[in-house]
Design a protein around this ligand. Structure first.
Ligand SMILES: Cc1ncc(COP(=O)(O)O)c(C=O)c1O
Length: 386
């Protein structure tokens, strides 16, 4: 099998499991305990936090450990929304369901939720900026790198506009962090969410990046023992935090504006694969062809007559041929629901079930491309015959 589904989850990076085992062996105590076992655990936890803060060039207090991006997103949005008067919350129309679901909950408690429309490539329409950021907008949540179609949003421009208007901005950076760790000091967003398992770390841990200026206004989702500076109660998982720190330490730092840089590394590999695959006229590229996650390829599939082919059927045929990819986004427990993202991009209904996502990681090399293309063609023929 060749694993081409890094956006769903990635295998552990080298050394991550080793560090987690060592942490479990040596620092298994409860970090809140005052005895030596507790002190060792608390030291290991803070070492992990320090390492992540150093990598992100942030203060250590800015890093809040959660169970993953879904929880971080809820903490960010509910946490901010409950500390200000309800007003308008703006989210893009291509958010992960964790964000749109959270926005739906806030709509029930008096928030007016507006969706930022996107064009056919999945890019938010910047011409709507002034209208959407006018009063009573108080909070904006914008996905940085879209998981289903790969489009990178103009986060820096929106963040700048928000800060000029005193609007809080949260970004869902879950798919971006695996491609480059941005500098928190240089990023003008208030809150950032991510999951370790998309970055070659363990599942069950994520982070919410916060800032000193608004941390005290953030209301926790979980109360209890007051861990994570009161923002996330519950005994901390030191082992998972250590695993996340190890994984993130192996990811290159990046200048946020260069995230979609093309032409080298994994994006060159992706471009080569894309060019070989789309020689077959039944495949077309979906999402922004240029400003996109470097490891991400989204394709729409049809037969020779132009009739869309079920992405789910193709995923099963490709699996039988030795390729693990996903249809659209793999984050919705394998449900066959219509894609909200492709609907927002105004794709015709029949085509919305014909998307597949290929996402690469550093376990794929150039020499693997021949066999990937061969297996893909075999899988496609099989899907068309079944
Ligand atoms: C953009 C984006 N946000 C949030 C999530 C949720 O991440 P998790 O399931 O790790 O909480 C995902 C998962 O795929 C994602 O792609």
């Amino acid at each position: 099998m060749i694993y081409l589904d890094a956006c769903a989850t990635a295998p552990l990076r080298p050394g991550v499991l080793h560090r987690m085992i060592a942490t479990q062996d040596q620092a298994w105590g409860n970090p809140s305990s005052l005895h030596g076992f507790g002190l060792k655990a608390s030291e290991a936890l803070e070492r992990a936090r320090f390492q992540i803060a150093e990598q992100l060039r942030s203060d250590v207090q800015d890093v809040v450990f959660t169970s993953g991006a879904t929880e971080s997103i809820h903490l960010a949005l509910h946490g901010m929304a409950s500390s200000v008067e309800p007003g308008r919350l703006v989210i893009s129309s291509v958010e992960h369901p964790a964000v749109s679901g959270c926005a739906n909950q806030l709509a029930k408690s008096g928030w007016d939720v507006s969706e930022w429309p996107v064009d056919q490539l999945g890019r938010i329409r910047l011409e709507c900026l002034d209208e959407l950021l006018s009063p009573p907008t108080r909070i904006v949540s914008l996905v940085w790198g879209q998981g289903e179609v790969g489009t990178i949003q103009p986060l820096l421009a929106v963040a700048e506009a928000c800060s000029q208007r005193g609007i809080l901005i949260h970004t869902d950076a879950t798919q971006v962090l695996s491609q480059g760790v941005p500098s928190w000091v240089q990023l003008s967003v208030d809150l950032l969410s991510a999951s370790a398992h998309k970055c070659g770390g363990p599942r069950g841990i994520g982070l919410l990046m916060t800032r000193d200026r608004n941390r005290s206004a953030l209301n926790p989702l979980l109360s209890g023992g007051g861990q994570e500076a009161g923002l996330r109660s519950g005994t901390e998982s030191v082992v998972l935090a250590a695993g996340m720190a190890e994984a993130l330490s192996q990811i290159e730092c990046c200048v946020p504006a260069d995230l979609a840089r093309s032409g080298h590394g994994i994006s060159a590999l992706r471009d080569d694969l894309r060019d070989r695959l789309i020689k077959d006229e039944r495949l077309t590229v979906c999402g922004d062809p240029e400003v996109r996650l470097p490891h991400h390829l989204s394709l729409l599939v049809s037969d020779h007559d132009g009739t869309p082919v079920s992405g789910r059927r193709l995923v099963r045929s490709l699996d039988a041929c030795g390729l693990a990819v996903s249809s659209g986004s793999a984050c919705s427990s394998g449900k066959d629901s219509d894609s909200a993202v492709l609907t927002a991009m105004a794709l015709p209904k029949a085509m919305r079930r014909s998307s597949i996502r290929i996402s690469l990681g550093d376990w794929i090399e150039h020499k693997d491309l021949d066999v990937i293309v061969e297996r893909f063609q075999a899988g496609l023929e099989q899907a068309l015959c079944s």
